[in-house]
Design a protein around this ligand. Structure first.
Ligand code: ADP
Ligand code: MG
Length: 326
């Protein structure tokens, strides 16, 4: 009661934002709360991110995905509902993209080791071997048992193209449930807004310049409650004999996709969709990727090509205000 009377007498000032950054999911995670929620809530978010990473990472021993992969060709593995949800989403995007996006890409990811020490172009025999084990349609799901089975030895699920988006959505839900009505989540380039800005204006989200350092923006989009996911091929790559090899791999050829796209930002309601779509776009030319995004409701995209030119879907600059910075 006393509190109510006191706040009633005070001039209205916005609460000081609380923010924290930590390293998870192989990237930098920053969460900022604008509505006066306490730092404890950020800690809860970090705990949730770690919990989900411990289920979904293929490299963390004992994770759901680690166990599913370990038991490939042997037996099914009972997984948590969250793991099941991401795998199903991944399979959905496999279907939508005609296999260009494939969560069973693991054998190729392990072979190329892009972004790791000692990455090199594998031998063709190794690539052929890896390709034999890649097909998301082979993943067997048992809904009654909540289990996943990879029927062939050598199959490996890798959720790197979708997990960050899924986790961002989970963090947003956690903030929501805890009554937070103004926050920004940034999972290494997957940005998600929660509620409204204290000023009641739209959020201004930077579109990463794919050729430049993280945080160098080439444009700004103004959004409400939205996810803005950027994927670029200039972050993780290596160069051999003058050729650049990046980390989004073609499950049909075994080599990195060759696309005129260097960066794409997807603006969508759910970050899981933005994440899968941004990875999928690299399988396509800008023209085809634009056409795909145009078919999806409430989804927009900004593309950058090899020459630095910007391409936008029809809602950018219309329903989504867009400011080009240079
Ligand atoms: P990041 O934001 O880390 O750059 P992306 O969302 O762009 O990640 O996805 C790239 C990751 O997706 C790769 O590191 C790998 O784990 C996985 N991946 C690579 N190729 C494919 C593919 N064709 N389909 C699905 N996932 C892929
Ligand atoms: Mg992705």
């Amino acid at each position: 009661m006393i509190l109510v009377i006191m706040t009633g007498c005070q001039p209205k000032t916005d609460p000081t934002p609380v923010s924290d950054t930590y390293f998870a999911l192989g990237t930098v995670v920053t969460i900022t709360l604008y509505d006066g929620s306490s730092h404890d809530l950020i800690d809860q978010c970090f705990t949730e991110i770690t919990r989900l990473e411990n289920l979904l990472s293929k490299s963390i021993e004992g994770s759901d995905i680690y166990l599913v992969n370990q038991h490939a060709g042997i037996s099914e593995t009972v997984v948590s509902p969250e793991t099941m949800e991401v795998i199903k989403k991944g399979i959905e995007y496999g279907t939508l993209s005609d296999g260009a996006f494939d969560i069973s890409i693991g054998p190729l990811v392990n072979l190329w080791k892009i972004g790791e020490e000692g990455a090199k172009v594998p031998a063709q025999t190794e690539i052929d071997q890896a390709l034999m084990h890649i097909d998301y349609r082979d993943i067997i799901i048992d809904n009654a048992k909540n289990s996943v089975f990879l029927p062939y030895e050598g199959m490996v699920i890798d959720l790197g193209g979708i997990a960050k988006g899924y986790i961002a959505d989970k963090v947003a839900a956690l903030l929501d449930e805890n009554g937070c009505n103004s926050a920004l989540i940034n999972l290494g380039g997957n940005v998600l807004t929660v509620g409204i800005k204290p000023t009641k204006e739209l959020w201004k989200i930077g579109i990463q310049d794919p050729m430049s350092n993280r945080g160098d923006y080439l444009a700004i989009v103004d959004v409400g409650v939205k996810s803005v996911v950027t994927s670029g091929i200039y972050e993780r790559f290596f160069i051999e004999n003058g050729i650049r090899y990046h980390h989004i791999l073609n499950p049909f050829t075994g080599y990195p996709y060759e696309s005129d796209i260097t960066g794409v930002s997807i603006i969508s309601d759910k970050s899981v969709d933005g994440d899968a779509l941004s990875t999928t776009c690299f399988a396509l030319s800008i023209e085809k990727a634009m056409a795909l995004i145009e078919t999806l409701p409430d989804t927009e995209a900004v593309f950058v090509n090899q020459s630095g030119e910007i391409f936008k879907t029809s809602g950018i600059g219309n329903t989504v205000p867009f400011t080009q910075l240079y």
